[in-house]
Design a protein around this ligand. Sequence first.
Ligand SMILES: Cc1cc2nc3c(=O)[nH]c(=O)nc-3n(C[C@H](O)[C@H](O)[C@H](O)COP(=O)(O)O)c2cc1C
Length: 237
Amino acid sequence: MKILHIDASARKDDSVTRKLSAQLVSRLAKSDGQVTYRDLSEGLPFVDEAKIAAYFTAPEARTDEHREAIALSDTIVSELKNNDVLVIGVPIYNFSMPASFKAWADLAARVGETFRYTANGPVGLLENKKAYVVIASGGTRVDSQIDFLTPWLRHFLGFIGIKDVTVISADALNQNFDAGLAQAERQLLDDINLVAAFGPQHGLRGDKQDNMVESGDFRDSVHGRIGNSSAPQRVWR
Ligand SMILES: Cc1cc2nc3c(=O)[nH]c(=O)nc-3n(C[C@H](O)[C@H](O)[C@H](O)COP(=O)(O)O)c2cc1C
């Protein structure tokens, strides 16, 4: 199985989404997985006029300038095409996504590459792929009326052809860190999704893997670094 692992949190060591997405990837990749990793916090360029011009120029007509303008977009598109499973760790920032994630999406959505136009509207070109999205938030409930990330993500992934999307949510962590994390653990440990997608060898229960921290250990390890922090926590509405 080939896995594309993407993290978007601006935080490194204390990030809940990074921890959870890494756990999921290590479990999915346990036997024969190959993992490609992209850390969006390292910075991505925004779409600009040069990129748009190149996007809408036929490949055979592109100049060196065009090719240079979309080299990173080409790489991001290849990463999507060349992997079977996408694991995304992304926090809610200001009721939506981190800007880095939107920059990634603007580089990933490419006419003729990841979607195409038809008489019946756009059609996604990334077929037979599965996405897991790990979402964390301070107070905004995932899929609530003020969560503009999760519905957007499902729609965007579907737009480029990825319709099989499982959301794992560690939400409202500022209200109850343990409950938010326990909920994500339950979803992560849910055999049904993993077994249905990849067969029994990918169930998380049963044989504990060396690289898989058990739920209590994991909660303690994250809680030890984040939940016990004496820093004032911001409450999001
Ligand atoms: C810039 C910024 C904006 C945020 N906006 C929201 C928000 O709108 N709603 C919310 O519930 N939490 C918000 N949070 C809290 C994060 O979603 C929460 O801390 C989450 O755990 C971050 O993910 P991470 O642990 O992977 O870094 C925000 C955090 C930051 C840094």
